[in-house]
Design a protein. Structure first.
Length: 177
C-alpha cells in the first residue's frame, strides 16, 4: 500500500511529527511504501474561491499543491498530521485540505483510507474533540475510510510526547495498516 503522510506542523521536530515518525516506522515495517510531504513548509497558497477548477479541473494557482495532488491521486492512504491550535488543525494543514476542492471529484470516489495523528499540549481529551469531528466530517464528505486516530494529549513538546503511551499507539497503528 502507498501511504502519503501530510505533516502540517510548523515545528519540523515537534510533537505531532514525532508521533508521525512512529506511525511511519510501523507502516514501513509492515511492508508499506510511505511518502512524507512536509506541507507546512511547502509553497502552497490558500484557495481563492474562484471556481475556475469546477471541482474537477486544474487550479489556476501554480504552487506546490500540484505535488500534493499528484501524490494523493496515487496514494491508497493519507495520514493527516497536525498539532492542535485553538481546538483544530494547524492553518498549514487546513490550507492544504481547502485546496482539495480543485480535485474533489478524483479523490472522493477512490475509497482512500485515512488516519489522523494529532498532538495537544494539555491532557484533557475534550481538547481533541473538535478536530476529531472535523476530520470525520471531511472523511464523510469525501468518502474516505477512517482507519484510526492517534489523539495525543499531554504532548506539548517532543520530549513530553516521547514519554507517553501515544508513541506506542502510533507505532501499532502504522504496523496494523
Amino acid at each position: 500500500m502507498k501511504i502519503l503522510v501530510l505533516e502540517g506542523s510548523p515545528h519540523k521536530k515537534g510533537s505531532s511529527n514525532t508521533l508521525a515518525e512512529q506511525f511511519i516506522k510501523g507502516a514501513e515495517e509492515a511492508g508499506h511504501n510511505v511518502k512524507v510531504l512536509d506541507v507546512a513548509h511547502m509553497n502552497i497558497h490558500p484557495c481563492q474561491g474562484c471556481d475556475a477548477c469546477g471541482m474537477r479541473g486544474s487550479c489556476v494557482q501554480n504552487d506546490d499543491m500540484q505535488i500534493v495532488e499528484q501524490e494523493m491521486r496515487s496514494a491508497d492512504m493519507v495520514a493527516f498530521v497536525s498539532p492542535i491550535y485553538y481546538f483544530g488543525m494547524s492553518a498549514q494543514l487546513k490550507l492544504v485540505i481547502d485546496r482539495f476542492y480543485s480535485f474533489n471529484s478524483s479523490i472522493s470516489g477512490k475509497g482512500l483510507k485515512t488516519v489522523l495523528i494529532a498532538a495537544a499540549w494539555d491532557s484533557n481529551p475534550k481538547t481533541l474533540g473538535y478536530l476529531k469531528d472535523h476530520y470525520l466530517g471531511i472523511c464523510n464528505y469525501l468518502g474516505f475510510e477512517d482507519c484510526g486516530m492517534i489523539l495525543g494529549t499531554g504532548c506539548g513538546t517532543a520530549s513530553m510526547t516521547r514519554g507517553t503511551a501515544h508513541m506506542d499507539a502510533a507505532y501499532k497503528l502504522g504496523k496494523s495498516i
